[in-house]
Design a binder for this molecule. Structure first.
Ligand SMILES: Nc1ncnc2c1ncn2[C@@H]1O[C@H](COP(=O)(O)OP(=O)(O)OP(=O)(O)O)[C@@H](O)[C@H]1O
Length: 261
């Protein structure tokens, strides 16, 4: 297993007077799928933005194995093996292959000049990247569309291009921000299968923010529940589903109906 542990410890983020994350801690075990769930405004996106370096927490830390990520720039964190997708699709230009090659950028060793001059080393490197990118397209169900402009793809396929592009970074931890948002049932099932396959095949950890509870319950080994910026529960999907505080956060009332349904 090549994915080190990802650990957030006592992370606090404030926006003006609002505490978006309040001493949040959780650990993503090597090779596991870990879901962050919670009602709207609970702090899930803020948490992703801290993990990927877009936000610097007021206090607390994020570590990947022994490496401190807390104050690093997003591209440094990506280069250390933490890749992410975004909630909204940004890809509209180029073919699938072009987009996946963009994902290799951080891994490109031949310098700009060598590439521009088409020196042999740069050409060889380019060929190797292209071969790997084809494998990733295969793994994510995009091989048939490899040379297709992304603008012509279905919504579900375009969203999977984002996932594939993040994989092109050869991450050890993959952060997926609402990977099935806006998809129909068939696309959701397909994407869930892809996430399961890439995890098994590549041995990476997955951190998932998702509102689709069916998907969370099927994919996650462990769930952290956020509410008003606080982590109110951790555990297996079954444990958190039964947790009274989680039910209260989602339903707005204390429940005494455990086992009654
Ligand atoms: N850049 C920002 N400036 C000010 N407040 C922000 C900013 N980003 C988030 N917030 C606030 O922080 C809180 C947490 O927001 P966040 O987007 O992290 O929640 P979320 O759980 O991802 O919600 P959703 O499920 O609706 O995407 C909210 O009250 C939100 O309004």
């Amino acid at each position: 297993m090549n994915a080190p542990e990802l650990r957030a410890e006592d992370v606090t983020v404030r926006f003006a007077g609002l505490t978006a994350l309040d001493e949040v801690s959780f650990t993503v075990a090597p090779g596991s799928a870990h879901a962050l769930i919670g009602p709207n405004g609970a702090g899930k996106s803020t948490c992703f933005n801290v993990l990927s370096g877009l936000y610097r927490p007021a206090t607390g830390s994020v570590r990947l194995g022994e490496t401190e990520l807390t104050r690093l720039a997003p591209h440094r964190i990506a280069a250390l093996g933490v890749a992410r997708t975004f909630q909204n699709i940004v890809t509209t230009e180029g073919t699938v292959a072009d987009n996946l090659m963009l994902g290799r950028h951080v891994l490109t060793r031949a310098g700009f000049t060598a590439s521009a001059l088409h020196l042999p080393r740069a050409r060889r490197e380019q060929r190797e990247h292209l071969a790997r990118v084809r494998e990733i397209a295969e793994l994510t169900g995009l091989a048939a569309h490899f040379d297709t402009p992304v603008a012509l793809l279905s919504y579900g396929d375009r969203k999977r291009v984002e996932l594939a592009r993040a994989l092109c970074l050869e991450p050890r931890v993959l952060l997926l921000d609402e990977p099935v948002a806006g998809m129909n049932a068939a696309e959701r099932a397909r994407t869930a299968g892809v996430i399961r396959d890439v995890r098994a095949e590549l041995g990476l950890s997955v951190v998932l923010v998702e509102h689709d509870m069916g998907l969370v319950m099927r994919l996650a080994d462990e769930v952290t529940v956020l509410d008003f910026g606080r982590a109110i529960a951790h555990g297996s999907p079954d444990d958190v589903r039964r947790d009274p505080e989680v039910l209260r956060a989602y339903l707005g009332t204390a429940t005494t109906q455990e086992g009654a349904a």
